[in-house]
Design a protein around this ligand. Structure first.
Ligand SMILES: [Zn+2]
Length: 196
């Protein structure tokens, strides 16, 4: 899987033009059909997406090109998932209240929050590395008081470093990009792609 921009037409041009690199080996990806159609639950309403599939000309692995508003194997837009994480970590709200506010299922929201907490240490170290890669002059990332708060702080610092380098961007799609879509997956690492 590889995270790509949100604009389908731009992704198509990049893919056909050989501008997308393989997240495993960095060789060039070529078109390879489509993944199955799926619904992405967004703050603005459901969106039907049919991600492109690509195959690497080097290692021959196939990858689903997931738009950066999404995360691997999650049905909800990352901005919605991120809002839930912020409401829990910064606002101290419980999962039921958050679910109600977001119009999501409480079990789903609890799943996001649990996974984020389980992966907090990994998320913190990954995003701290991203921040330093984006901004070599970055000062130390200070502890924020708990595992999940530290993870969220490292995310905020990395996104600020991203914006300084590349210009204004929404926070959570940048997080999707920097985590390679794997923010909440059961994977030992985050992100095949850090900064190019
Ligand atoms: Zn490859």
């Amino acid at each position: 899987m590889r995270i790509v921009g949100a604009e389908v037409e731009v992704v198509e041009v990049e893919l056909v033009g050989g501008l997308l690199g393989c997240p495993s080996c960095r060789e060039v990806l070529g078109p390879w059909g489509h993944a199955r159609e799926r619904v992405l639950r967004c703050a603005a309403g459901d969106r039907q997406i049919r991600p492109r599939r690509a195959r690497c000309r080097g290692c021959r692995q196939t990858h689903v090109l997931l738009p950066l508003v999404a995360l691997a194997r999650r049905q909800d837009e990352i901005a919605v998932i991120g809002a839930a994480i912020e409401a829990k970590v910064l606002g101290g709200q419980g999962f039921r209240r958050i679910a109600e506010q977001l119009g999501a299922s409480p079990i789903t929201v609890r799943g996001w929050l649990r996974r984020f907490a389980e992966r907090a240490g990994l998320i913190r170290s990954h995003f701290t590395r991203c921040a330093v890669a984006l901004d070599p002059e970055l000062g130390p990332v200070l502890p924020a008081g708990s595992g999940v708060a530290d993870a969220l702080e490292a995310i905020a610092v990395a996104v600020r470093a991203w914006v300084l380098r590349f210009g204004p961007a929404e926070r959570w799609p940048v997080v999707s990009w920097l985590s390679g879509g794997l923010l909440l997956q059961h994977e030992p690492t985050l992100g095949g792609l850090v900064v190019s």
